[in-house]
Write a protein of this length. Structure first.
Lengths: 247, 617
């Protein structure tokens, strides 16, 4: 993130805007959330990740922008910075949305520290709403990671509305999954089970055999993941025969 | 049919069709809209065909199956031209009489004529029926003159003249200027000025530019767009052609839900016919302008009526909205400049070009011009489609056109704007209906659904019904809509079951505002409206449920009991006969009783009692 505070000029690829009255310079095309973070202005968020396509689903990062004489609520993780924009990140209207969102998410997942921390910051003691504990908060980071970072799209959303879940196609063993575990790693509330045991990785209710390092003999990665890496990495065929330590 | 190569050839074809038709020849127009087909009209059509064959009248009498006439309450119905004799609720057995007596001998069959319930007067002609008389049917009125499968019918009434006029004498910018001057606003709900949208799309960078007709009508009880697409598909095509020319688009889409099979069928047929005569395709009417249309059938998700979800659906992805911080006019379908208008909006365009912006702007109010089609349903005598000038009062729609509330019951509210609209109470009956006035009182125009409710409608129950609909139709992407609407509905469930808490009303109001402020698209952004408007205007009903555990309208089962008023009960035994659980019992001619232990609160006894002796407490 390009950041230069109040230098009195703007480079052609930057814009100057005001967040909570402070003048900020940010690269054109970046999101309000990224611009705020670069200026050390905190905005809570759960579905945003700088490595992933902006998604705008959790709605915790809502901010208010001046819109003529009125103001407008926008999700800072998908709204692009613009020259002269005036942004407020903490108003009553914003806090009401954030409080509602965290209360609603606590009804799905009442225990994860990350949610509890946000609710604590917002002064929300507990959710008033009927609990239906599902764990997953449907932020979609796993789905986007699988598609955009790993490049395989082994998981996706299923159902709509309250029946929406993250699932493998037809709830069967995912054909495209390489068992890399990126989904479990990225999950902000750690609800995707992943287990490595007896040279087998279990993820999405499917067992994947682990490859054994040809030098040290330790299991180090799922065979499917290595096969996928061999295909896309353009490295010598035997590069992935050994673990990182032995390479 | 040979392809038309110039506006002159189109005019010649129109004249030729008209010349070949005898305006005095009797024409039996039978409504074959979806409503009338559900009444069994198909069988009646067959009977007419057989009877015409039997009496060898093929050359003397014309039979036309048309789209929806609008007066659905009175179907199946026919209108006999040229006099426009109106017969309603006809049966197959009536067909021989209609042909022999009316068509051939000019005699009116009393039993089939409409009797105005208010004056008890028999009404012979369609244009004298109060339901039609007080409407302004510029868009829907053509339905009765057209067999949607017959392009000649549309050409005979001057169809495609608007397109011809635009192509032969107007620059695209002039067409846009005309639509802007007419002040046409989007009929799909938002009321955004159509001309501005067209201009933005025309000026946007990027090729190709797309135009889309949104026929994903999904509001419960609303069927205006369906009836227009079914009944007059060429009107919609002509509107799209004019729009495409103005915007500079060569590819259009019609996104229509697959639950509308007749609409899909008729528009498909219309597109084929229009291609045949050269009104769609390359070099239309020799102007150099080329345009064609693809039909996309939707799976019926309500959210796909939202523009960005609709684009996703056409692109083959799941119908989920994205944030609209970039306008569709800049980046819409396939990230190209896209102009999306609703069926009725497109249907208004040929009128504007044909008759001019000044004429169009003279109808309606200053900021809401033209007419609007509403589907008038619920507790109303004349269920049907009504087209009225903007600015007409709700009272005129409900009482003068709609004929008031059935069984002399009291009007309570009207829900406008579909599930995301609001419930408007009696105090606003004299308010003019237009985009801005409806918004002022917390409702909206929406696509034109109008659900009338009487005093036996529980407003908490109504709010709960709409929330349930939206809960099921939420795509589930953003938290406030997916979880918030669900939690609001759970609170309403509790209230209806007598488990309401003092703080519930405040909680609902607080949640409602936060959901509106926080949701990703307009579905969540308007979902709380039915709750917020019913709390605003019917707070006492909520309080009765919560504080006194009573449902004043006698709807919420957990809060009501049935009993017999001994003074009114005549012992007719009607209640006992219909009671499915033998809870209502008694000897004939003696006062009956309801055993609350057995009663399942189905309300059958209440409906059956002719003496008002069953009480709901």
């Amino acid at each position: 993130m390009h950041l230069s505070l109040d230098r009195g000029y703007a480079m052609s690829d930057t814009v100057t805007l005001k967040i909570n009255g402070r003048t900020i310079t940010a690269s054109a095309g970046s999101t309000l959330l990224a611009a705020a973070q670069s200026a050390n202005i905190y905005i809570p968020n759960l579905c945003s990740n700088e490595e992933l396509t902006p998604y705008g689903a959790c709605r915790l990062c809502m901010v208010e922008i001046a819109h003529g004489k009125r103001t407008r609520m926008v999700a800072s993780c998908i709204y692009e910075v613009a020259e002269g924009l005036e942004v407020q990140t903490v108003t009553e209207r914003i806090l009401n949305v954030r409080k509602l969102v965290i209360e609603l998410l606590l009804a799905r997942n009442p225990y994860h520290p990350r949610l509890l921390k946000i609710s604590h910051e917002l002064g929300v003691q507990a959710s008033r709403f009927k609990e239906d504990v599902k764990g997953c908060i449907l932020c979609g980071q796993c789905v986007r990671t699988c598609r955009e970072v790993v490049g395989v799209a082994a998981i996706g959303f299923k159902g709509r509305g309250r029946t929406r879940t993250v699932a493998t196609p037809f709830d069967k063993a995912p054909a495209d999954c390489i068992a890399c575990g990126s989904c479990a790693y990225i999950c902000p509330v750690k609800v995707i089970p992943l287990e490595d045991k007896n040279n087998v990785r279990t993820i999405w209710k499917t067992e994947f055999p682990m490859a054994v390092c040809k030098k040290c003999g330790r299991p180090f990665a799922p065979e499917k993941q290595l096969a996928y890496f061999r295909k896309i990495a353009n490295l010598p065929e035997n590069h992935f025969d050994t673990c990182i330590q032995c390479r | 049919m040979k392809k038309l190569k110039s506006p002159g050839e189109l005019a010649a074809l129109q004249a030729e069709i008209r010349a070949g038709r005898d305006p005095k020849k009797p024409c039996i127009t039978i409504c074959a809209g979806t409503g009338c087909l559900a009444y069994g009209t198909q069988k009646i059509i067959e009977c007419f065909r057989q009877e015409i064959d039997k009496q060898h009248l093929q050359d003397r009498v014309q039979l036309r199956t048309s789209g929806c006439h609008g007066f659905c309450e009175r179907g199946p119905m026919v209108v006999i031209h040229p006099q426009k004799i109106f017969y309603q609720r006809i049966k197959a057995e009536d067909v021989p009489d209609i042909i022999s007596k009316t068509v051939l001998a000019g005699e009116i069959i009393d039993r089939l004529s409409y009797v105005d319930p208010a004056t008890k007067q028999k009404i012979v002609y369609e244009h004298d029926v109060p339901f039609y008389k007080r409407q302004t049917r510029y868009v829907l009125g053509m339905n009765g003159d057209i067999d949607p499968a017959c392009i000649d019918d549309y050409l005979a009434i001057g169809g495609y003249s608007g397109l011809s006029k635009a192509l032969s004498g107007m620059k695209p910018e002039a067409v846009i200027e005309e639509v802007k001057k007419a002040n046409l606003r989007g009929r799909g709900g938002g009321g955004f000025p159509t001309g501005w949208k067209w201009e933005s799309t025309r000026k946007a960078a990027g090729e190709p530019k797309y135009i889309i007709c949104n026929a994903d009508e999904g509001d419960p009880g609303a069927y205006m767009d369906r009836s227009l697409l079914e009944g007059n598909p060429h009107l919609v095509l002509e509107g799209m052609l004019i729009g495409a020319y103005a915007i500079g688009s060569s590819q259009g889409y019609i996104y229509v839900r697959n639950e509308y099979p007749l609409a899909v069928h008729n528009i498909t047929l219309a597109i084929e016919k229009a291609r045949e005569v050269g009104l769609l395709g390359e070099n239309i009417l020799g102007s150099g302008f080329s345009f064609d249309i693809k039909i996309n059938r939707g799976g019926g998700a309500f959210v796909c009526g939202e523009s960005s979800a609709l684009f996703a659906s056409i692109e083959g992805r799941s119908g989920e909205p994205r944030a609209k911080y970039v306008h569709a006019t800049d980046q819409g379908l396939y990230n190209k400049p896209t102009n999306l208008n609703n069926v009725e909006t497109w249907g208004n365009v040929p009128l504007i070009i044909n008759r001019g912006a000044d004429w169009y702007a003279s109808i309606g109010t200053a900021n809401s011009t033209g007419t609007k089609i509403f589907s008038l349903v619920g507790k109303i005598n004349n269920t049907g489609l009504v087209e009225v000038p903007m600015g007409i009062t709700l009272r005129e729609i409900v009482y003068d056109i709609g004929g008031g509330i059935p069984n002399g019951r009291k009007f309570k509210a009207v829900q406008t704007g579909g599930p995301s609209g609001g419930c408007i109470p009696e105090q606003f009956l004299d308010m003019p209906v237009d985009f801005d006035e409806l918004a002022k009182i917390g409702s909206m125009m929406g696509s034109g659904g109008m659900i009338v409710m009487d005093d036996r409608t529980c407003m908490v129950d109504v709010a709960n019904y709409f929330l349930k609909f939206l809960e099921e139709e939420s795509c589930g992407k953003c938290t406030p809509c997916r979880e918030g609407v669900l939690q609001m509905r759970l609170i309403l469930d509790r209230i209806c079951e007598g488990q309401g808490k003092e703080e519930d009303i405040n909680t609902l109001e607080w949640m409602g505002q936060a959901i509106i402020d926080g949701s990703l698209c307009a579905l969540g952004g308007s979902a709380p409206n039915p709750v917020l408007t019913t709390i605003k205007y019917f707070r006492d009903e909520y309080e009765a449920h919560i504080k006194h555990k009573k449902c004043p309208a006698g709807v919420c089962k957990a809060l009501i009991t049935y009993s017999v008023d001994a003074e009114k009960c005549t012992g007719c035994h009607a209640c006992a006969r219909v009671c499915p659980t033998q809870a209502a019992t008694g000897e004939k001619k003696k006062t009956h009783v309801v055993d609350l232990g057995k009663c399942i609160k189905c309300g059958a006894c209440f409906e059956a009692c002719k003496f008002d002796a069953i009480k709901i407490l």
